[in-house]
Design a protein around this ligand. Structure first.
Ligand code: SF4
Length: 471
């Protein structure tokens, strides 16, 4: 199956042409289909379609086929069922975070679309809504036959500007033109808030916001929504991280409303790590949404005051909505396009994965500036430090999406005081980022390393620096 699937991507150009030909021919058959009856036509088409597409593409019959826009690589083969580009956990060799023996379906999609490059320019990958689970197993060709549009959604036109009176502290800081500093805190394994408040207290008055992770790495902790609400109630500015791994669209939308009602003003939409690396590898991953479809839904709740179903909300939330980006893993060439999709879907600020490789990041930002994306969203870059080269090496090997260049590892390894050297690298990285056009701020991360991060923040005092651009 895998061999045939990869063959189809290698021959994406020919298959793409075949698809175009059939798509043009199909509406001519519509009168015949109507004469036979659409349910009967669908019943006749379904087994033929299943056999052809299963053989060629390892098709899962999602009923909302987008093969022609994804280089003949079926996105349903993605272990997280991502519909809008790769996750941030793709391995350095282009293999899947979850299934290391299989190439990432989205890396393959990139290869396929490049093979049909001319068509790709004309039909860039559309923004796809969350999959309609009712259509699983149904024919997609029946839609082509009826000339119905594909399931892509239109991004909102223009940017919604939140009135200043309704902007939270993080949004105001981002709009102020000065450098922004945020920090990540993991919620505790505790039924009491004391440990969480002690961790957050280290950063009081030092940062613009505190991100609360949502089961990071697939590990269980106090819920992100509850921890964010606790911080908000104690005068902190939380960023409520929402991963798509553990809850479906009904639960997530309910949590967004609950968080807003409890004073949370910032959310970060992410797909989430797989369960396999966490402390509950036997759990069922949900992935009803991906980060892009979650952004679109959250935007709809804020801007149109409605659920994904279209049902109206009594009171719409006013949220500053963010997303993540990972410029440090393959497919490097598609990472800026992926960022653009998230901005089109509604992200107003971006927080990146750990930046240990300034060369790669510089390349990424060059393209970001070329597309003007730094004027459409505030880009806040992830940085961090660990105690030793061994700890950093472990993180690079075991935490999906973290890339640490060998030259950096050996610099720390050869230092007499490795912890001090790693700290120095972090400070140098922050200085370099502060001087880079398009960077709006830094986001410090480091599980159980909060006191070191607080020391770095106090020493560098980056919030006093001006930014080299404004959004
Ligand atoms: S690496 Fe991520 S995007 Fe790629 S196939 Fe695996 S889960 Fe999907």
């Amino acid at each position: 199956m895998l061999a045939l699937r990869l063959w189809s991507v290698r021959h994406a150009r020919g298959l793409g042409r075949l698809y175009e030909f059939m798509a043009r021919l199909a509406p001519l058959l519509a009168p015949l289909a109507r004469w036979v009856g659409l349910p009967r036509t669908e019943a006749l088409l379904r087994p033929v379609e299943r056999m052809a597409k299963t053989t060629l593409f390892d098709c899962r019959m999602c009923g909302q086929c987008v093969l022609s826009a994804t280089g003949m690589s079926c996105p349903m083969n993605c272990a997280k069922e991502m519909r809008n580009g790769p996750c941030g956990g793709v391995r350095t060799d282009g293999r899947c975070e979850v299934q290391p023996d299989v190439p990432c379906a989205w890396v393959e999609a990139g290869n396929g679309t490049k093979r049909i490059a001319a068509d790709h320019q004309a039909h860039p990958t559309p923004l796809l809504p969350a999959i309609d689970q009712r259509r699983r197993g149904a024919s997609s060709w029946i839609h082509v036959l009826q000339g119905r549009p594909d399931p892509a959604f239109q991004p909102p036109v223009g940017q919604r500007i939140t009135p200043e009176s309704k902007q939270g502290a993080l949004e105001q800081a981002c709009n102020s033109g000065r450098f922004v500093v945020t920090v990540e805190v993991a919620p505790p394994d505790s039924a009491k808030p004391a440990a969480l408040l002690a961790r957050a207290g280290l950063f009081a008055g030092q940062v613009d916001a505190i991100n609360i992770t949502d089961g990071a790495g697939g590990n269980c902790h106090m819920s992100s929504v509850a921890a964010s609400a606790i911080l908000a109630a104690h005068g902190h500015v939380p960023v409520y991280q929402i991963a798509c791994r553990d809850r479906n669209r009904i639960a997530i939308q309910g949590d967004i409303l609950g968080a807003a009602a409890l004073g949370v003003q910032n959310i970060l939409c992410l797909t989430g790590d797989d369960v396999s690396q966490g402390d509950h590898p036997q759990a069922k991953p949900v992935f009803d949404l991906d980060a892009v479809s979650l952004l679109h839904i959250a935007r709809g709740m804020c801007d149109r005051g409605e659920y994904a179903s279209g049902r109206q909300l009594q009171d719409a939330p006013d949220l500053f909505i963010g997303a993540t980006a990972n410029p440090f893993v393959p497919p490097y060439a598609d990472r800026v396009a992926n960022l653009e999709m998230k901005i089109m879907a509604g992200a107003r600020f971006i927080q990146t994965q750990f930046c240990f490789d300034l060369v790669l990041f510089d390349d990424f930002m060059r393209e970001v500036r070329l597309r003007g994306l730094h004027h459409r969203a505030h880009i806040i870059v992830g940085v961090g430090t660990l105690k030793s080269a061994k700890a950093l090496d472990w993180m690079a090997r075991h935490v999906p999406g973290v890339h640490i260049p060998p030259r950096l590892l050996s610099r720390i390894e050869n230092a007499r005081d490795q912890q001090r050297e790693a700290r120095q690298v972090c400070i140098e990285t922050m200085d370099a980022l502060a001087a880079m056009e398009g960077v709006a701020g830094i986001h410090l991360m480091g599980h159980k390393n909060e006191d070191v991060l607080a020391g770095i923040i106090a020493e560098c005092d980056l919030r006093k620096r001006p930014r080299l651009h404004t959004v």
